[in-house]
Design a protein. Sequence first.
Length: 177
Amino acid sequence: NKNNQPALLPYYPQMTQYSIDAQLTTEEWIWKFEGIIRDWQKSNINTRQLQDETFFAFTGGFEYTFVGIAESSADLGLVTEYLYDDRGLQATSIFQNDIMLGLRLALNDADSSEALLGIIYDIDNQEHFISLEASQRFSGNWTAALEVRGFNNVNQLSRLKTIENDDFIQLDITYYF
């Protein structure tokens, strides 16, 4: 400012970003891809300088559904995804070189009973993230939903270290009127 006093000046970095979100569904197969390319200037906290950064990240995978398992109305889906960010360990996401394997069960019943179990495995440091989601309606106006999250084999230098003890189990019972 005029008096050489410290002042805060807002800076809004400009970026160019391209992304795609695509899905192809063919009978029992679902193929998915999400990708992003971003070119921008980020602020370096240590030097307080702006740095040019261009990065590429994507998630791609498929789901195959076995329809009518054991001659029932239930379907069982096998889910596989690969998660990648070319910034490696500098990525802002914890999923920079990981594989997800999962099972999706839909009973296709009047109560909309379904469950999704997934494990994400970090290829670089062998960490595991486990997730279970399940839900079912009951008594017409009620729904029960279970959510379980857990971390395993967390590396000492990992970004997951701060949340490695945040495993949880949550049960929601909801009444609709």
